[in-house]
Design a protein around this ligand. Sequence first.
Ligand code: UD1
Length: 339
Amino acid sequence: MRVLLTGGAGYIGAHTAVALVEAGHDVLVVDDLSNSSAEAVARVERITGATIPLLSADARDADALTAFVREHAPVDAVIHLAGLKAVGESVAEPLRYYDVNIGSSIAVLKVMAAEGIRTIVFSSSATVYGEPESLPLSEESPTGIDLANPYGKTKRMIEEILKDAAAADPHLRAVSLRYFNPVGAHDSGLIGEDPTGVPNNLMPYVARVAVGALERVGVFGDDYDTPDGTGQRDYIHVVDLAAGHVAALEHAREGYEVYNLGTGTPVSVLELIAAFERAAGKEIPREILPRRAGDIAASYCDPSKAQRELGWRATRTIDDACRDSWNWQSNNPRGYATA
Ligand code: UD1
């Protein structure tokens, strides 16, 4: 298949591009490069040996998308990853989040309809489950529009938009992938997570402490109702996650489907830090801080639907993710800026 990958220069996008090429697909990328790097696409080309056309444009720009798709016709499918993803920022700038995330999804769907492209895979998030009523989370677990932040609400709303679009067009194949916590990097050490500024998420924060760019990890609460008191998450290696996109694309059927992409295994903050210490062979300084507003105690999935219907499951462990994250971070202490 020839696949248009929006957000293909980002962390998950670059790894997905590698997985697509390795599975025999052609990839073209549209990315506005606002929180990503053209260097990531260049490195995907280096890893795969493929040429990947890159359009530097906002995914809300339907005219630019149309011209790009026509230039590379026939395009068979879209994997739509472009969007804003910082929870705190979404609380401060809700209109920007609704505009960019929902506007780009609608533009993509309109271009697909006009150009006869019938398959879309969308990057949703476990955040749509909000505070879990019970664990593990299955695709049937309740979700709500009443989520804690605009970022999560955009993911939930886009899922609804896809569901309605698929109900209206019997030829559309639409899949939402609810990611748990993506971590790790490609084992080449050439691509990885490169957040701008101080990272919000745990794994890139720990990696920057390990490399000496930050002093110590703040552990946000050790009084949760979990085995060691720190928050538990389902950390999924980004290379497994990327393979999940390929499986979803290749198994997409007419209609709308949702899949959890996670490991099913909860890992605590202290367990992740310990795994990183083993991988890096050094101590990671940490201090216990108060809970972060909006955080939940634990989140992990039942990944069996994806295994059953897509033939996909995560095979990499938290130790694999820490090893690969450390390899990326130590080889690229300033991310893509060192290139
Ligand atoms: C966060 C977002 C989620 C988003 C996901 C994307 C929030 C509240 N949630 O998930 O909506 O889909 O990122 O990757 O921001 N922690 C620390 N110290 C740190 C950072 C995190 O102790 O410096 C803890 C957190 O309390 C949590 C765990 O580490 O228990 C994971 O946090 P994080 O990596 O930010 O992911 P989530 O909060 O699960």
